[in-house]
Design a protein around this ligand. Structure first.
Ligand SMILES: Cc1cc2nc3c(=O)[nH]c(=O)nc-3n(C[C@H](O)[C@H](O)[C@H](O)COP(=O)(O)O)c2cc1C
Length: 377
């Protein structure tokens, strides 16, 4: 490998969709549950994303597209007037710093509880697995609570969900986003439809692989029709079995390749693979090669990447961008630190307590490298 090319691969600009990003380092979507009344984005959220605008592209935390699509308390929605307006200062702040920002459109399916939403969760089938989400505790306050048995969706509910995604995409444009990422990963609604274990339907949305892919393709097409393919991306996680009760779907890699063949025709902004969260298997190199045989448009990867492994995967041609999650929580200036080989601030061992809920602590109070140095002197 040519060392300089390898070292620089994260820092080359990339043109995709109808715009160009300054580097190939994306900020991964991360739910931080910092909203208040009405699940409207807050001022501190604008500050948090503005601090991280050095990323080539920011993908926001999951934004529920409807009440029933909500799975975690205090997450910012994109379906009421107040929520849409609430995102505007945030997108403006990122753009002012020269950044680009996509919003992650989220429907959790069965990974919810009526104590969070006031309604019974919806899923492909009435099937529950052991699973916890962030919601109201009986003793007061918030914490991790067990999910609830969902209702199997009627065809009307499926169709209105597809519309909810399209409407949320339209609202995202109004809120000033550069594009949207459809959350098709991590055992949430779209992923539940893809997998045999969570989808036991006998109509055209279940059974064969093509039927299980139907909801995903309907959602992507509806969103593309609404805002244009160049502003649309989707996140997938075939090797992650999060929220699937510990069951790995033996057909999911094959189904994913079939999905990619269809997505290739649409010229989306990018497809994003989440590879490495809680319940996962290593992505085989053979799968990466198969992906590239059917999908030649931009690919983003995410999951425990370092500067070195991120540079390498781009250099090898398996990805065009790398998203970083936890490193961006503690290093708002991650791109600058990578560029200059500055030391990274690590998460403390009690980091989970700052992930969800709370205020500025553990959210907007991580200094840049320069600020840290100034504080020490
Ligand atoms: C606090 C936290 C919240 C997360 N929320 C989301 C989310 O809303 N949507 C999503 O697709 N992934 C979510 N993830 C997963 C990250 O996007 C990413 O895939 C994961 O952290 C692995 O990347 P990393 O090793 O660089 O952190 C979350 C991760 C963390 C740590």
């Amino acid at each position: 490998m040519k060392n300089t090319e390898l070292k620089e691969s994260l820092f080359h600009p990339l043109a995709f969709g109808n715009f160009k990003v300054n580097n190939r380092i994306a900020m991964a979507p991360m739910t931080r549950s910092r909203t208040k009344e009405g699940d409207v984005p807050t001022t501190i959220m604008a500050k948090y994303y503005e601090q991280r605008a050095g990323a080539g592209l920011i993908i926001t935390e999951g934004a529920p597209i409807s009440i029933v699509g909500r799975g975690y308390s205090l997450t910012p929605g994109i379906y009421t007037r107040e929520q849409i307006d609430g995102w505007k200062p945030l997108t403006e702040a990122v753009h002012k710093k020269g950044g680009k920002i996509f919003i992650q459109l989220w429907h959790v399916g069965r990974r919810s509880h009526s104590s969070i939403t006031g309604v019974t969760p919806l899923a492909p089938s009435a099937k529950k697995v052991a699973d916890k989400v962030f919601g109201p505790l009986e003793e007061g306050g918030y914490g991790m609570i067990e999910t609830e048995m969902p209702n199997a969706m009627t065809k009307e509910e499926i169709q209105s969900t597809v519309m909810d995604f399209a409407n949320a995409a339209k609202a995202s444009m109004e809120a000033g986003f550069d594009g949207v990422e459809i959350h098709g990963a991590h055992g949430y609604l779209i992923d539940q439809f893809l997998r045999i274990n969570s989808n036991e339907r006998t109509d055209e949305y279940g059974g064969s692989q093509e039927n299980r892919m139907r909801l995903l393709l309907e959602v992507v097409n509806a969103v593309v029709n609404e805002i244009g393919a160049d502003k649309v991306s989707i996140r997938l996680s075939p090797f992650v079995s999060e929220g699937a009760g510990g069951v790995h779907d033996p057909e999911i890699a094959e189904v994913t390749l079939k999905v990619l063949k269809e997505l290739q025709k649409l010229n989306l902004a990018f497809v994003h693979f989440s590879e490495n969260i809680s319940d996962y298997k290593e992505v085989p190199e053979s799968f990466r090669k198969q992906v590239r045989e059917v999908y030649t448009n931009p690919i983003m990867v995410c999951g425990k990447y370092t500067k070195e492994s991120g540079s390498e995967i781009i250099y090898k041609g398996y990805a065009d961008m790398v998203a970083y999650g936890q490193p961006f929580i503690t290093n708002p200036d991650l791109v600058n630190r990578f560029k200059n080989d500055f030391a990274l601030t690590d998460l403390h061992s009690d980091s989970h307590s700052i992930f969800y809920g709370g205020g500025e602590e553990g959210f907007t109070d991580y200094p840049t490298y320069e600020e840290m140095k100034a504080q020490k002197n």
